[in-house]
Design a protein around this ligand. Structure first.
Ligand code: FES
Length: 86
C-alpha cells in the first residue's frame, strides 16, 4: 500500500526519504504558499531550508518548511496564505 499524506485534501503519494516538498513537486504541485503583502505564489527555491519560500501548514501548524519536513503517513498539509492561520 502506497504511503500518502493530504495537500488541501488531495492525496499525495510519497516514497521513503521524501520531504513534503519533494512529494508535492513530484505530484505536480508548484505553488505552496502566497506571500503576505504582494499575494504572489511561492514554491521551492533553495530546497535546503534557507529561503523560506516553501512555507506550508502541517497538521495545523503554520510556517513549516516543506523542504525540511519528512513526509509522514496521514499528515495534513495545507497551502499557506500569508503568515498562515495557526
Ligand atoms: S525551499 Fe528554501 S527553505 Fe524550503
Amino acid at each position: 500500500m502506497a504511503k500518502s499524506f493530504s495537500f488541501n485534501g488531495d492525496g499525495i503519494n510519497f516514497q521513503s526519504g521524501d520531504s513534503v516538498a519533494a512529494a508535492l513537486i513530484r505530484s505536480g504541485y508548484r505553488a505552496l504558499r502566497r506571500t503576505r503583502f504582494a499575494g504572489q505564489e511561492r514554491s521551492i527555491f533553495c530546497g535546503i531550508g534557507q529561503c523560506f519560500d516553501c512555507l506550508v501548514i502541517i497538521d495545523g501548524k503554520a510556517n513549516q518548511r516543506a523542504c525540511l519536513v519528512p513526509a509522514k503517513q496521514g499528515m495534513q498539509v495545507e497551502f499557506q496564505e500569508g503568515a498562515g492561520k495557526a
